[in-house]
Write a protein that binds this ligand. Structure first.
Ligand SMILES: [Zn+2]
Length: 137
């Protein structure tokens, strides 16, 4: 992927980051209330490529999902800085553009994501043990 493309995705990621942070805070704050319609916020760009647009996840789960996405967005921005954005962190294959368009923060290609989900199951503790250290900069 060339720099121009990476910059395009950087913009996307920064935009998503902003809206996810807002949503994250809102979700956390609304856990005491019964607010279940973060989608009604007028200043949040459409981000419903994610699976949370229907069958709304309970707030507690939302907070952890949002936190996870934020971390992945930060990781993805870091990979842009390193010039390795768009490569699968597991197998180094190029992640397809359609996947990146839908999920710009995704660290893995479809195949590795499937395996990752199988391995991780319902815990994210593995995140600490799968530090990716690129050997080129
Ligand atoms: Zn892969």
């Amino acid at each position: 992927m060339n720099m121009q493309e990476m910059e395009k995705y950087r913009d996307k990621l920064l935009e998503q980051r902003t809206s996810h942070i807002k949503e994250y805070r809102l979700t956390r704050n609304s856990m005491v209330d019964d607010v279940q319609t973060p989608g009604e916020l007028s200043n949040v760009p459409s981000h419903n490529a994610d699976a949370d647009s229907e069958g709304f996840i309970p707030s507690a789960a939302m907070v952890s999902v949002q936190g996870e996405i934020l971390r992945e967005i930060d990781d993805a921005l870091g990979r842009i800085d390193q010039g390795i954005y768009g490569q699968c962190v597991d197998c180094s294959a190029e992640i397809s553009r359609s996947r990146l368009d839908a999920l710009p923060h995704t660290p893995r290609c479809v195949e590795c994501e499937k395996q990752h989900e199988t391995v991780v199951g319902d815990t994210d503790a593995i995140e600490e043990t799968t530090q990716y250290s690129p050997d080129e900069s």
